[in-house]
Design a protein around this ligand. Structure first.
Ligand SMILES: *Cc1c(COP(=O)(O)O)cnc(C)c1O
Length: 710
């Protein structure tokens, strides 16, 4: 049952069910069903079927229920939906028929599922979203736990002075694809956690992600004090006191959510250290059942899996002992240990003294741990060797499982249709199989190029449309019309650079030698343009300064309108950019990018990468599928390193990328370029798919936990 069912005509009365399952968002037939139902409304609601069905006119619904073409499509989609939900033929069920009774619980601070749910900020959230979608596709017995932030992550506005502004909007919970979880009496199910002397309550929202459920806590309930109601208002805002309270809610509250629903996971996966407190709650439960701390810890260890996501020390949550004592006073008694023992579980030497580190807690207490690329695995073993002082670095038990992307979410549907022609109608089933992708050799340069041009034009239309809407609404001044991409030209070689504006990502590197860049951009015969997008964390002043610098450069007439800055980077924009530009640029300081995933999205869509040999690209680059910025040396001196890398970008552009891109045959097809595009897809798509990734988590980690923890 959904709140929409009463409104729907009998013949299409399962549309509500479809709207409340995000499966539609990665299923082309279901997406086009919404478009057919009411295209203007589809656009107006920014692809939100729940809102659409609330606002759609009865006349339109009646028309659809009488339209035999629509009904045929509807029936087909619902059959597909039922088949998906029925589960029987899934990979997990056929590969591990004896293990289907298990439950894998996956905890994350953020989930990037769809634009209508702004509960993600960047790569970590997108990865969680892709992980849960892929787990559904593969049939894993999987459940997600996190927060439903009523104000989510901020929307970015760039006023004409270029200093990013953060706009928080209250999400209308009724218009989101979420439903409150209720008990048999129809009452909201709630959990509570004692946080510094008083209980903080949360209600639970459920999101259907294919076969899987995602349960999200929300502390905005009547029973809470005003200060506690705000606890889950926003993602990543607030001081470390807010953060520790949020993490208590996630870790302790999250376990209680699952218990309240009657679930007993046999695998607990902590996606990043934000949820490490769940380890303590699981131990407390077992001690309350009569186990000693040692017995409880051993059991918990056997069932827990931890993924670390960053080699940047500041990216790991750390709390002062004072704060931890304030909030966990007495909790250690219930775990059967002393205060000192408790604090030692997360003890770490920070630059400012000993403190409680959430990554150290997770590494100490969980049975299995991994980094998110081979290089990041190695760096993590070095970084955290101190947790295993008697082991040499190479024996530190942190393995690596390289990230991947959920292909159905990130593939352009136009290109997906081509793949269906060349790879076969069931290519999506076998998307992690490299031999399947060999068949791309049959796809002609011309076909590949024409689809790409279509996607490039589509992206540019979209960018210009956004500017037009702002202009019409009176929200843009004339300079913003220029910086927003109106001067972009579909025939010009286009570089995309979009990501979080953290300083180590060096967004301004390409501006290091302005004159040389100017020559490249403004070449009369072979011009180049660059599209930038990305948010800086609201508290990251240096990050905001970088945005302002690029924003001002994009206004600079000497750069000829060949630089655009697009505001409010999000999943929707990420799709357009990674599908529509010609080259994807990434130049972080090596080795600080643990993996990166936007480059994988680009590669999948035939957009070759020009990237530093960091994160995933160390594994992805094969000499023929893109280009490498700099080399794999590490520099002592920052200026030397930046000069070397900037120079490398210019040189590759001048000597390789620009000439190859503009060399066309008689049909106007850049054959050499199309060859790189094809190789980019063929070599990267199967390996950097979340399908490969989730299978690897299963075989390398989940199965072990299921067997050991049983
Ligand atoms: C894919 C994606 C990211 C992650 O990108 P990287 O810079 O490669 O880590 C961040 N934000 C959004 C909106 C994305 O879609």
């Amino acid at each position: 049952m959904t709140p929409l069912d009463n409104k729907l005509p009998e013949k299409i009365n399962r549309l509500g069910e479809l709207a409340y399952n995000l499966w539609w968002s990665w299923t082309p037939e279901a997406r086009s069903l919404w478009k057919r139902l009411d295209y203007p409304l589809w656009r107006q609601t920014r692809h939100n079927p729940v809102q659409m069905l609330q606002e759609i006119s009865d006349v339109r619904l009646q028309d659809a229920a009488r339209d035999s073409a629509f009904l045929r499509r509807y029936t087909k989609v619902m059959l597909q939906f039922d088949d998906m939900m029925a589960n029987g033929h899934s990979w997990f069920h056929t590969t591990y028929p004896d293990l289907t009774q298990n439950v894998i619980a996956y905890f994350s601070f953020e989930f990037g599922l769809h634009n209508s749910l702004p509960i993600y900020s960047g790569g970590l959230g997108i990865l969680s979203g892709d992980h849960i979608k892929e787990s559904s596709d593969l049939g894993l017995p999987f459940v997600g736990v996190g927060f439903m932030y009523p104000q989510g992550y901020f929307r970015q506005r760039i006023p004409s002075h270029g200093w990013q502004e953060a706009v928080y909007q209250q999400l209308d919970m009724n218009q989101a694809p979420i439903q409150p979880v209720k008990d048999d009496q129809g009452e909201d199910i709630k959990v509570s956690v004692n946080i510094s002397g008083r209980p903080v309550h949360a209600r639970i929202w459920k999101i259907n992600v294919g076969r899987n459920a995602l349960y999200l806590m929300d502390t905005d309930v009547d029973e809470n004090e005003p200060w506690d109601r705000e606890l889950s208002a926003r993602l990543y805002s607030g001081d470390s006191e807010t953060r520790i309270r949020q993490e208590m809610m996630l870790g302790l509250g999250g376990v209680r959510v699952l218990r309240a629903l009657g679930l007993s996971p046999t695998v607990w996966h902590m996606n990043e250290g934000h949820s490490s407190f769940l380890l303590l709650e699981c131990i407390r439960e077992l001690v309350a059942q009569g186990n000693s701390f040692e017995e409880a810890a051993a059991l918990v260890r056997s069932r827990t899996v931890f993924t670390t996501h960053t080699p940047v020390p500041a990216g790991h949550d750390v709390f002062s002992y004072q704060l931890v004592e304030k909030y966990f006073q007495g909790f250690w008694d219930r775990m059967g240990i002393s205060r000192e023992h408790f604090l030692s579980l997360g003890a770490h030497n920070e630059p400012w003294g000993q403190a409680f580190n959430m990554t150290v807690l997770a590494l100490n207490m969980s049975g299995q741990a991994n980094g998110v690329s081979k290089l990041h695995g190695r760096i993590s073993r070095e970084m955290w060797q101190e947790v295993w002082p008697d082991k040499p670095v190479e024996e530190v038990p942190i393995i690596s499982i390289t990230n991947g992307i959920h292909i159905p979410t990130w593939i352009a549907s136009e290109l997906g249709d081509e793949f269906t022609k060349y790879l076969g109608p069931d290519w999506l089933e076998h998307r992690d199989d490299p031999t399947l992708w060999q068949r791309l050799a049959d796809m002609s340069d011309k076909d590949l190029w024409l689809v790409h041009l279509e996607l490039k034009r589509k992206m540019m239309r979209h960018l210009k449309d956004l500017v037009r809407r702002n202009w019409v609404d009176g929200r843009a001044d004339p300079t913003q019309v220029l910086t927003g991409g109106t001067l972009l030209d579909p025939d010009t070689l286009t570089i995309g650079f979009a990501r979080r504006f953290a300083t180590y990502k060096r967004a301004t590197l390409i501006f290091r030698d302005l004159q040389r860049l100017q020559r490249i951009l403004l070449d009369v015969h072979r011009p180049v343009q660059i599209i930038f997008a990305g948010k800086a964390h609201p508290a990251d002043e240096p990050g905001k300064a970088l945005i302002q610098e690029i924003y001002n450069l994009s206004k600079h007439n000497q750069l000829g309108g060949r630089i655009a800055f697009i505001e409010d980077y999000n999943m929707h924009m990420a799709r357009y950019l990674t599908q529509g530009v010609d080259v994807w640029l990434n130049n972080p300081i090596r080795p600080r990018e643990a993996s990166g995933t936007s480059g994988m999205k680009a590669a999948l869509n035939g957009v070759p990468n020009l990237s530093v040999l960091d994160g995933w690209w160390v594994e992805g680059y094969n000499g023929a599928n893109g280009w490498v910025v700099g080399n794999d040396h590490d520099f002592e001196n920052e200026a030397d390193r930046d000069n070397f890398d900037a120079n490398s970008i210019y040189q590759i552009l001048e000597d390789e990328i620009v000439p190859l891109y503009y060399s066309r045959d008689r049909d106007g097809v850049p054959r050499g370029w199309a060859e790189v595009m094809r190789e980019s897809i063929r070599s990267n798509a199967p390996y950097f798919s979340a399908q490969r990734m989730v299978k690897e988590y299963t075989s390398e980690m989940y199965i072990k936990a299921m067997n050991d923890g049983a």
